[in-house]
Design a protein around this ligand. Structure first.
Ligand SMILES: C[S@@+](CC[C@H](N)C(=O)[O-])C[C@H]1O[C@@H](n2cnc3c(N)ncnc32)[C@H](O)[C@@H]1O
Length: 264
């Protein structure tokens, strides 16, 4: 893909909340951070963030030129954020629900290099088309030994329920169907899949600025379904005594969730 101005804008607008608004009166008022990758601040952030590897850039470019739904992929700054989280938390075992073309899994796998034989990103994808693309991207990355890509519906055939729970995960990235988040969250806690210091990173919890409007809305039919699911998820987690959480109004909204220590 040629890196002309419109392609660069497509690349930097990925995962920045570029959703359609069913009713113009519901157009969210974006916060300073929100959708910021399209803004001057966002471009400044890109310029002052360590550059992703050329391989990651090539996966992102290929995804943008091959898939109409390329905006599902995290932005380069968010990918760097995920890599930074894996690096600084010293995570070894990562679980991702929602691989798409493998970009975010590859970002996190880069941080696992040199962390020993247990280091792995397990990533789940239900679409055969996206699975095939992710497989190709992972195989030619040189990081294949660090990524276990699984095909299947994480909810219906319950891949998450069938994971070996003798293995705990240090970071679990929720990035698949938004209606499944409560299910994944409950299963993760019930099956004790998080390590003691492990945490969940749930993406899109503000979903294009719609989610925060759900509580005061009179007519929920005007909202995209993920907004209602994500509001239910955010409430579910906020009301759960077993965990602590931070909702960060950056990117498309990220929630970081940790189990409370048993003595807390
Ligand atoms: C937002 S995209 C993931 C983007 C990816 N994490 C990235 O940043 O490169 C969500 C992906 O989850 C997949 N997905 C949706 N529901 C799923 C399910 N129940 N089980 C497994 N994958 C699912 C979709 O096919 C899609 O590829």
């Amino acid at each position: 893909m040629p890196l002309n101005r419109s392609n660069i804008l497509r690349l930097i607008s990925i995962k920045s909340g570029a959703f359609s608004f069913p009713n113009s009166s519901l157009k969210p008022k974006f916060s300073r951070f929100y959708r910021s990758l399209n803004s001057q601040d966002g471009q400044y952030a890109i310029a002052h963030t360590t550059k992703p590897s050329p391989y990651l850039d090539s996966v992102q470019e290929k995804t943008v030129s091959s898939f109409a739904m390329s905006r599902m992929m995290v932005s380069s700054v968010q990918g760097s954020f995920l890599k930074f989280l894996v690096q600084t938390s010293k995570a070894k075992r990562v679980l991702e629900i929602g691989a798409f073309t493998g970009y975010s899994a590859l970002c996190m796998a880069e941080a696992l290099q040199g962390r020993g034989p247990d280091a792995k990103v397990v990533t789940l994808e239900k679409s055969e088309e996206y699975f095939k693309a992710a497989k190709e991207n992972i195989e030619s990355s040189g990081l294949g030994h660090l990524i276990d890509l699984k095909l299947g519906d994480a909810r219906e055939i319950d891949i998450v329920s069938n994971l070996d729970n003798s293995v705990k995960y240090d970071l679990i990235f929720l990035d698949a169907d938004k209606g499944g988040y409560i299910h994944y969250y409950n299963i993760i806690l019930e099956r004790d899949l998080l390590s003691d210091d492990g945490f969940i990173v749930a993406d899109n919890v503000l979903f294009g600025g719609h989610v925060s409007q759900v509580p005061k809305a009179k007519d929920l039919s005007q909202f995209p379904p993920p907004a209602k699911h994500l509001h239910a998820f955010n409430e579910h987690v906020a009301n759960d005594e077993k965990t602590t959480q931070i909702l960060l109004p950056c990117f498309d909204g990220i929630m970081l969730i940790q189990k409370k220590a048993s003595n807390a």
